[in-house]
Each structure stands twice: as C-alpha cells, then as structure tokens.
Design a protein. Structure first.
Length: 224
C-alpha cells in the first residue's frame, strides 16, 4: 500500500473512531445534554487526527501488533479495561445515576486542558520516537537506537508522564469522582512500566546508559 493511501486511511480512522466512541458514550449516558462530554470527544478527535497525521505508519503497526520478544504484554489488557471502565462509569454517573458527578466546572475545564496537554505530549513522544512500542522489547527488526531529541532531552520517558496526566484528567473532564478512582491503578501500572522499561533499556540498548547519564530523570524533572 502506498504511503499516501495508508496515511489517508489512518486519518479516516482518526475521524471515525471518535465519532463511534462519542455515540456509544452518549447512548450509555442516556442524554445528549452533556457539554463536557461533547468537549471531551472533540479534544479526543483532534488528538487522534494529530496522531494519525504525524506518527510513523510503521509505529502504528508496531503498536497494534508488536514484533518478537515482547515483554509486559498482558498489562495492556488491564490498562485498556481500566480506561474503558472509567469512561463507561463516568458516562453512567453523569448521565443517569449521579453517584458522584460533583466535580466543579472549573476543575473540569482545567482537566480538559490537562488531558489535551498530557495526551498531546504522549503523541509528540511517539512522533519523535518511532520505537515507542506498546510493549517492552528490543526492536532489532526495526533498527532500534537511542532517541534523545524533542521531549527526550528533558526526561527519558515523556510519553508515560503524558499518558499518566491524560488518564487522570479523563474522568474529571467528564465530571465523575468515582471514575477518577478507577484510574488510580493506571498510575501505578505506568510507574511500574517506567521502572521495568528503563532497566531493560539500560541492559539491552546500546548507548542508553550514556543517554541516562545525560538525562537524569525518568518522568518528572528534578523529582524522579
């Protein structure tokens, strides 16, 4: 398939997926009168378009179907289940049951900005780093080497801190405290993944130890 055709298909998917995602959430919520859910879907759509327009198509394939030697693969299932459970619970909470839909509007708006910034950073990391696989593996089949430009000049795992911020902001945008609680395990999982991947790259990727000497922090400058 020609690169231009492949890119066009990716962009079509970037538009279609948020539309389907939003329709399902509104049906679960039982009402269309949820302004922050509209804003959530809109930002999600823009992020998807940004990602599909600039991420290397080869990385998209790698993330969808990782190559040989994958480690920590099963945790992806847990992360996806937690994320979808959080979003579904939030839709039910704010649309039907109103268990804990008391997130202040100003916090919802701040969380929307945080979601855009967090997932935007994660996408930027994927654009810069074509080896940003969904699993931990040495990608010798893809010419794996150290990436030290863009956000990787500041921290060693900018994509993970972006995802953590985006995931924690997601249920707050929708307005559900209960859904936010469901995302807490995701933070622990990504912290664990950061430690696991950092150790793996130290041991297996040429030049990574020297890169780590220059860029001291994994996720947060001055902290960790």
């Amino acid at each position: 398939m020609k690169p231009a055709v492949r890119r066009a298909l990716f962009l079509a998917w970037a538009v279609t997926l948020p539309a389907l995602f939003g329709t399902v959430l509104f049906l679960i919520a039982g009402t269309w009168a949820l302004p922050m859910l509209w804003a959530y879907i809109g930002v999600f759509a823009l992020l998807m378009i940004y990602a599909m327009a600039f991420i290397d198509p080869d990385l998209v394939r790698e993330r969808c179907k990782p190559g040989p030697g994958a480690k920590d693969k099963r945790v992806l299932i847990v992360l996806r289940l937690l994320f979808w459970a959080s979003v579904v619970v939030a839709a039910i909470d704010v649309g039907r049951t109103h268990w804990s839909d008391t997130v202040p509007p100003v916090l919802q708006i701040a969380a929307l900005c945080g979601l855009a910034a967090g997932f935007g950073l994660a996408i930027r990391a994927m654009i810069v780093n074509r080896f940003f696989s969904a699993v931990v593996r040495l990608q010798t089949d893809r010419g794996h080497h150290v990436v030290s430009n863009g956000p990787y000049r500041i921290v060693r795992h900018p994509g993970y801190i972006g995802i953590i911020v985006g995931c924690m902001c997601s249920p707050l945008v929708l307005g559900s405290w209960l859904a936010a609680v469901l995302m807490i395990p995701c933070v622990a999982i990504f912290l664990r993944r950061t430690v696991l991947e950092d150790r793996f790259l130290h041991e297996n990727l040429d030049g990574y130890a020297q890169y780590a000497d220059r860029v001291r922090y994994r996720l947060v400058p001055g902290l960790w």
